[in-house]
Design a protein around this ligand. Structure first.
Ligand code: SF4
Length: 536
């Protein structure tokens, strides 16, 4: 090859490399920008292409199909991504995936310190992602959908929503407190101006806390730190979305030439962050190449180029082996009853947001992305850990003591990308029952202490009110008989929004009035009725 055309190749490669980096930065910034827009902005309406990244994700599309067994146009952009994968290979991983961009950023920082290193893990580790994909699909078919837990976009969003953003927002607030305390008076106005610009978009309107903040945050940091083991460890070995792309990349038309490592150099092996060159044959595995263009740019001999080829490439199947496949499917099927242990409990424990689908369908369609919890204006939607069994991990449940379901808000339904929570109109939402409030006579002030307290009745938003006050004679703590107004819940009117429990002035975790999930409430009423029947 002439020196001139070789340089031309290199220049072209360099242009593609910078274009790719640009695309990654834009993609990551846009993802973060959209993430920050999942919030109340002076109106009960979420605007903009908020779900764009979820819609581009073929794995989430697959999850939706398996969960609902119906075609959905919502994920049409994901089909376009798959078609492009057939043409270009795993381009998504190096050009669009925001988590991949973060890995590359961290990897670059680490490499700057320790120099580029080839992966030293056995290539068989890469099969894990294919097995994981298989197991997730089998489990989802049988009603246990954990695809969203491992999907990189859902994982990234969830980690941001439930851990990184609350922690960053809290740290930002403390930093401003410090700066306001330290800065001379003449800077006060400028600081104030900066603070008011950041408040809302970057700093949360209120201090946010989530039950799984530490767990979610540590898990995410752990995933990022895998870069210490190998560059793009997650993408190479674990990512089920990467595995799906890898399966479709089998037909890719854009190929690297030469298809093998050059006998006299072989440096691409060390450069390739995906370790896509087979150890013995030196042939590139097109399922693993993510089109990062590094080999073309770094080739000293100017030999490497990318070309479209009409012919079918010789791409070996992922060498999983029939035995491993059968083992994975059988163990998924066998472990299903174990994984499902406690999922009935979810129904009795969880107060799902207004508009949530019936419980089993909800569990199938919820991605555990945390979007609903991010937009919840009162911070009352919290992720479940194991209260509802493994099946319900990270799914949203209202914790009224922490925050109630705002009567005029329908943001969670708008934020949910899959329709696990339906987008309701305000009028519909105000009629939707998510639980029932029950007074606790041992803690409620009028019942327990014989003193008036009107808080829950005053805050009840329904019309007519679901909590009424009934005067009754009670003995107060001084032994005097007084007339006290006792709060009584009219069950037919109560929608379970939890504002009564939230505002109840009784101190401690347990309020004097508590919202019970619908299922447990129905059970209680049934047991009561059966008990009365037996006595009669
Ligand atoms: S209910 Fe919807 S928004 Fe909430 S975590 Fe599940 S998929 Fe995400």
């Amino acid at each position: 090859m002439s020196e001139q055309s070789g340089n031309g190749l290199r220049q072209r490669g360099l242009a593609w490399l910078w274009l790719r980096r640009f695309s990654q930065v834009i993609s990551l910034c846009f993802f973060l920008y959209l993430f920050l827009r999942y919030r109340y902005q002076d109106q009960n309406l979420l605007q903009g292409p908020l779900h764009l990244f979820f819609r581009l994700d073929p794995l989430l599309w697959l999850s939706e199909i398996v969960a609902s067994w119906r075609w959905t146009w919502f994920f049409l952009p994901a089909l376009a991504v798959l078609l492009l994968t057939v043409l270009l290979g795993r381009f998504f991983c190096a050009w669009i995936c925001p988590l991949g961009a973060l890995f590359d950023g961290i990897g670059t920082a680490l490499n700057a310190r320790r120099g580029r290193q080839p992966g030293n893990l056995s290539p068989s580790y890469r099969l894990i992602k294919y097995l994981l994909l298989l197991v997730l699909i089998v489990l989802a078919i049988f009603g246990f959908n954990w695809i969203g837990i491992f999907d990189p976009l859902a994982l990234f969003f969830r980690s941001l929503a439930l851990a990184i953003y609350p922690a960053a927002s809290y740290s930002g607030e403390r930093l401003f407190d410090l700066l306001f305390g330290l800065s001379p008076e003449k800077w006060g106005d400028s600081l104030d101006a900066i603070y008011s610009v950041l408040k809302g978009p970057l700093l949360a309107e209120r201090a946010l806390s989530y039950h799984l903040l530490v767990f979610t945050g540590l898990l995410f940091i752990g995933v990022l730190l895998l870069e210490l083991v190998e560059r793009r460890f997650w993408c190479k070995n674990l990512c089920p979305l990467g595995a799906l792309f890898g399966l479709f990349a089998r037909w890719r038309r854009l190929r690297r030439l030469p298809a093998k490592l050059c006998g006299d150099c072989g440096e691409c092996k060390f450069l390739c962050k995906m370790d896509s060159f087979a150890t013995e044959s030196g042939r590139q595995n097109l399922r693993e190449c993510i089109l990062c263009m590094s080999c073309q740019v770094s080739c000293r001999e100017n030999r490497v180029q990318y070309r479209f080829k009409a012919s079918q490439p010789a791409v070996p199947h992922p060498d999983i082996g029939r035995r491993r496949i059968v083992l994975a499917v059988v163990s998924a099927a066998v472990s299903l009853p174990l994984l499902k242990v406690g999922s009935k409990r979810a129904q009795a424990q969880a107060i799902r947001p207004a508009g949530a689908l019936p419980e089993s369908e909800f569990l199938q369609r919820c991605l555990r992305c945390g979007a609903c919890m991010k937009v919840c204006v009162t911070n009352g939607l919290q992720p479940l850990l194991l209260q509802g069994g493994l099946d319900a991990l990270w799914t949203p449940s209202l914790v009224p003591r922490q925050g109630y379901c705002e009567f005029h808000c329908t943001l969670c339904g708008q934020a949910c990308p899959t329709g696990a929570i339906r987008a309701l109109s305000v009028a519909e939402k105000q009629r939707t029952v998510i639980g029932k409030a029950v007074t606790d006579p041992s803690r409620c002030i009028p019942y327990a202490r014989g003193q008036n307290c009107l808080v829950c009745e005053e805050h009840c938003p329904t019309s007519p009110k679901a909590i009424v006050l009934r005067p009754q004679k009670k003995m107060n703590p001084h032994g005097k008989v007084v007339t006290v107004k006792l709060p009584v819940v009219i069950l037919d009117r109560c929608i379970g929004c939890g504002i009564c429990e939230n505002k109840c002035p009784v101190e401690g975790l347990q309020a004097g009035i508590r919202v019970r999930p619908l299922v447990s409430m129905e059970q209680r009423l049934l047991e009561k009725a059966q008990g009365a029947g037996r006595k009669a």
